[in-house]
Design a protein. Structure first.
Length: 443
């Protein structure tokens, strides 16, 4: 029996396991520490520290590095593990996940009871409640996107439908709104783990990936220099967006048309973060897979936008979307002006976004610098989308289409959140969990 090919295959597998997952794991761990509060490590100085640069580079490399490695080591290397060993690995993942869900339910129930929804801490959930109650005719009789003054000042709704429509369920059934984002989030984690059990990661790596969401949630309940506390767990809905993206990622990786369409509708109608990534992805599907699939996904997303946003809400006030954008712009200016330059407001120097590098020395330059930061953000995400599409279209990558565009989205999110104008800490949960998704599929 010639065992040469088997030895070569085993060597390639060992090389793949060392060159791809382990450095990616190191990047995820570093991103976690930069996010969760290792500010001393990040060089935090209260002004223009190096933390935002490090975080951007880690997130960006978490997308770029696997594409570089996949160019030299194709991802599809057959597993040499026995079926019994794989079965043990898979059962271990699902048992840990089941125990984690059981723990999370009782743990979160206690936190929710101790920390009810509080408009004095955050207006996110109170706004969601207002939109839902307006839709059901239980509030002030106005349509959901009408201007309101329910929190002491004029506000124009900025949330897209999938940020608040799912909360109709708890309003009707009478349970806590906050179970909605966690339910969607854990659905996304379940899909992520389906990819993990089908993959070739070692058992320790599978266990680490399975434990990571529960570990991060627990850490979010702890105070870290006053920036990240239980407020993220109890007063925000960012995990809803994380769940949407994980659903999208599963659809893209498995090339499941209906799930990809669903994921795109959920993400596009929750936040326009990935707006420029979508045409790059659909263009690649159109030219490299089938035109029918690309058109099917594109039409589904368009119909979703029309029937979930345009007809029921935007048609009631065609200026509502622009009013929301204007409100966000006014809020940005007011936050930036909270301190007299060169002193920065606390939010802007939280060591997550690049705002400190754009913050002016004079109050008269604030609006100008915000505009510069916005342009930098838009140009960076357009550039990464265009270059990513061209690189794949010209056949320069050996990665599968799904894997390639998941990694491209990692780089896209790194750019988007690096240059966000109001770098609230909870926003960075999305790129953090997306880096875990990239790790999960990089075996």
């Amino acid at each position: 029996m010639n065992i040469g090919p088997l030895k070569h295959l085993a060597a390639r597998k060992a090389l793949s396991k060392s060159l791809l997952p382990l450095p990616l794991l190191a990047m995820v761990v570093l991103a976690y520490f930069l996010f969760i509060g290792a500010r001393g490590f990040a060089g935090y100085s209260g002004a223009r520290g190096q933390g935002p640069i490090f975080l951007f580079l880690v997130f960006f490399l978490a997308g770029l590095y696997p594409l570089i490695i996949s160019h030299f080591l194709p991802k599809s290397i057959p597993s040499l593990s026995t079926s019994h060993r794989l079965l043990f690995h898979n059962w271990s993942v699902w048992i840990i996940f089941g125990i984690g869900i059981f723990w999370a339910y009782f743990w979160l129930s206690g936190i929710f009871e101790a920390h009810p929804i509080n408009p004095n801490k955050s207006d996110i959930l109170p706004q969601v409640q207002l939109f839902v109650q307006r839709l059901l005719g239980q509030a002030d009789g106005l349509h959901p996107y009408a201007e309101h003054r329910h929190f002491g000042f004029k506000m124009n709704p900025t949330y897209l439908p999938m940020q608040w429509l799912p909360f109709v369920v708890p309003e009707i059934l009478g349970f806590d709104y906050r179970w909605v984002p966690y339910t969607v989030f854990f659905i996304g984690i379940f899909l992520l783990l389906k990819l993990v059990v089908k993959g070739q990661h070692s058992l320790p790596m599978k266990v680490l990936i399975t434990l990571s969401p529960f570990f991060i949630l627990y850490q979010l309940s702890l105070p870290h220099e006053g920036y990240i506390t239980h407020i993220v767990l109890t007063q925000t809905i960012e995990l809803l967006n994380v769940g949407y993206y994980l659903i999208l990622g599963y659809g893209v990786i498995t090339s499941t048309t209906w799930l990809t369409s669903t994921g795109l509708i959920l993400t596009v109608l929750s936040r326009f973060s990935l707006l420029f990534w979508v045409p790059a992805y659909l263009g690649a599907v159109f030219f490299k897979e089938t035109k029918k699939k690309a058109l099917g996904i594109g039409i589904s997303v368009l119909l979703g936008v029309i029937f979930l946003y345009v007809i029921p809400f935007l048609s009631k006030d065609w200026a509502a979307f622009q009013h929301g954008l204007d409100h966000y712009s006014r809020t940005t200016v007011s936050v930036w002006e909270a301190k007299t330059p060169p002193e920065m407001p606390r939010l802007l120097k939280n060591d997550l976004g690049m705002v400190p590098y754009f913050f002016p020395d004079s109050v008269t330059q604030i609006e100008q610098q915000i505009a510069v930061l916005k342009r930098t953000q838009i140009l960076s995400i357009i550039g990464i989308s265009l270059l990513g599409f061209l690189f794949y279209f010209l056949g320069k990558s050996k990665a599968s289409l799904g894997y390639y565009f998941v990694c491209l989205l990692m780089m896209y999110l790194a750019c988007f959140y690096a240059f966000v104008q109001l770098p609230y800490s909870y926003l960075y949960l999305l790129p953090l969990f997306w880096s875990i998704f990239v790790l999960a599929i990089s075996d």
